[in-house]
Design a protein around this ligand. Structure first.
Ligand SMILES: [Zn+2]
Length: 102
């Protein structure tokens, strides 16, 4: 699924990179969408805490989650005024995308 999501990001002219997004403990910033730079960044600190087999799943979920925010930004998904609700919707979008057979 990750290659298809990376392809989808590229199709939307979005770069995807692993970067140090800082430490937000006790909460966790897994990834971010930057509409100005047209970029999705995944937090290297979160990846460093995972066992290797879990990394592709995290990357796929993060790219799908941030693609949702990109769609909110430019493709007509009306963003919820409530940030927590937006994050739940982005996570749900990611889970549903990852549930499709590769
Ligand atoms: Zn989000």
């Amino acid at each position: 699924m990750l290659p298809a999501l990376l392809w989808l990001a590229r199709l939307h002219d979005l770069s995807v990179a692993i970067a140090d997004l800082g430490d937000y403990s006790p909460s966790e910033l897994r990834s971010e969408y930057d509409p100005c730079d047209r970029a999705i960044r995944i937090n290297s600190r979160v990846i460093a805490k995972l066992d290797s087999p879990a990394v592709p799943g995290l990357l796929a979920h993060a790219v799908a989650h941030e693609l949702y925010h990109h769609l909110e930004h430019c493709a007509g998904i009306r963003p919820s005024a409530n940030r927590a609700n937006r994050e739940r919707l982005a996570d749900r979008f990611a889970r549903e995308m990852l549930a499709f057979p590769a």
